[in-house]
Design a protein around this ligand. Structure first.
Ligand code: SF4
Ligand code: SF4
Length: 198
């Protein structure tokens, strides 16, 4: 029997999950700017933290590709989530939220792939039917979300491509191996530079 994705409107994806796992709702710098702007207009306490970053040892800078929404408030949730309404920035919500429960899984330092987030309650319910699906089936089940996941994927790819291009032109240098100690030292002392694409 073929299934179709139906959001259970539970709000789990907009909240921290219990336990040690750190929930990531990634946003690009332009999305972060927009959400910060709306937060100012609405007087909402909206915070972000750096997420996907690369140290550039040539210019002694930390390159910031994405941020994530800080979920450290009383409800451990996105400040834009209201129990009575769900997402209150529906028209401007980040690509990661538009594509959900499809997400980008990191394969290695520079590569990502589209995957299904196992933390979504619809996915948990239908897990047996969803595991080991081929792409065509995935597109059918997540008819509206798949094109958004592709957009999300393309934007991520463009960002990585921009980084690789800067490397090829020797304008930046990203180490392929780095100790956690060194990385933390860079994070603490180096300036930030946002890397954005349209
Ligand atoms: S922006 Fe909207 S969909 Fe995304 S985490 Fe916040 S409330 Fe949820
Ligand atoms: S966790 Fe899944 S089912 Fe629940 S609101 Fe988010 S997308 Fe919908």
């Amino acid at each position: 029997m073929s299934i179709k994705y139906e959001c259970r409107m539970c709000g789990t994806c907009c909240h921290e999950v219990p336990g040690d796992y750190v929930k990531r709702i990634p946003i690009y710098p332009d999305e972060a700017d927009r959400l910060i702007e709306i937060a100012k207009e609405r007087n909402i306490d909206f915070k972000i933290i750096e997420d996907l970053v690369f140290p550039d040892i040539k210019n002694k800078k930390v390159l910031v590709l994405t941020y994530r929404i800080k979920l450290d408030n009383e409800n451990k949730g996105c400040p834009y989530y209201l129990k009575s309404h769900g997402c209150t920035v529906h028209d401007t919500k980040p690509l990661a939220c538009q594509a959900y429960p499809l997400a980008l899984k990191r394969v290695d330092a520079f590569n990502f792939e589209i995957s299904i987030d196992p933390l979504c309650n619809f996915v948990i319910e239908k897990y047996c039917e969803l595991e080991n699906l081929d792409i065509e089936k995935l597109k059918e089940i997540f008819k509206e979300e798949y094109p958004k996941a592709e957009k999300f994927y393309r934007k991520n790819k463009k960002l990585i491509f921009k980084i690789r291009k800067l490397e090829a032109k020797k304008q930046i240098e990203i180490p392929r191996q780095i100790s956690l100690e060194e990385f933390n030292r860079y994070l603490q002392s180096w300036e930030r530079e946002e890397i954005s694409v349209k």
